[in-house]
Design a protein around this ligand. Structure first.
Ligand code: 13P
Length: 254
């Protein structure tokens, strides 16, 4: 049974003191996650070790970077390699967030290399896809997302994609307070699973966790997560408030 995942993306927010208090508050609440539930914290690079150490002894909570280099190692000033991340206990990496695609010109070719680097190092990519508003308005959002999946992931084999994590984040719903309706989310998630199934077969497609991202809050998580093909969320703003993110975790399918 595929994992149901509540993933936080703190983005470029919080001081270390704030990050520590947020984590303390989050883990202070006793919580029994089921075997199919996972929590992932997408933490800024400088705080990864501190937050990782705070999580020791808590089950089912993993630590993620928000980006990584597409290069293995060497003279690439300012870059962070997957080997570095793996060596400090990071388990996941958010790849291809729309903010990286838009502000840092990351394209599918580069992202497919980043995915490769993660897999070669034993890290789990959280591969993001999703269309801008103009694309949805023109009615071509399914084709757009399909191309992102084809160019970003279709070089992988079925084993590499078994248990994989994809996050669908419609750009028009990110940080705007404008959530996709649960119907819109379900339809796109079902489409993503169909695309993966056509290429890799239904067993692989059914094993992939497809998370929804874009203004997920405590108040809409239950409705979104109840959809058949929505396997949790990738949460920005609401993940910066412990009570909100806790409530979001509580709404994962059991
Ligand atoms: P918001 O939850 O703030 O809309 O951000 C979504 C997101 O980009 C998560 O990666």
């Amino acid at each position: 049974m595929r994992k149901q995942i509540a993933a936080a993306n703190w983005k470029m927010n919080l001081t270390i003191q704030e990050a520590v208090s947020l984590t303390e508050e989050l883990i202070s609440k006793p919580r029994k996650l089921s075997v199919r539930q996972e929590v992932v914290l997408g933490v800024p690079f400088p705080y990864l070790t501190t937050i990782k150490n705070m999580l020791s002894g808590t089950e089912g909570i993993f630590i993620s970077a928000q980006n990584c280099s597409d290069r293995k190692n060497g003279a690439y000033t300012g870059e962070v390699s997957t080997e570095m991340l793996q060596s400090i206990g990071v388990t996941h990496v958010i790849i291809g967030h729309s903010e990286r695609r838009e502000y840092f010109q990351e394209n599918n070719a580069l992202l497919s290399e980043k995915v490769n680097r993660c897999l070669q190092t034993g890290l789990k990519p959280i591969f993001c896809c999703g269309e801008p508003l103009a694309v949805r308005d023109s009615g071509t959002e399914y084709k757009y997302v399909e191309t992102q999946l084809e160019e970003g992931l279709f070089h992988l084999d079925a084993i590499q994609l078994t248990g994989f994590i994809i996050a669908y984040e419609p750009i028009w719903a990110i940080g705007t307070g404008k959530t996709a309706t649960s119907d819109q989310a379900q339809q796109m998630h079902a489409f993503i699973r169909k695309v993966m199934s056509t290429k890799y077969g239904s067993i692989v497609a059914e094993s992939i966790s497809v998370l929804y991202g874009g203004s997920v809050k405590a108040s809409n998580a239950a409705e979104l997560f109840s959809q058949l093909d929505v396997d949790g969320g990738l949460v920005g703003g609401a993940s910066l408030v412990a009570s909100e993110f806790s409530a979001i975790i509580d709404n994962l399918k059991k």
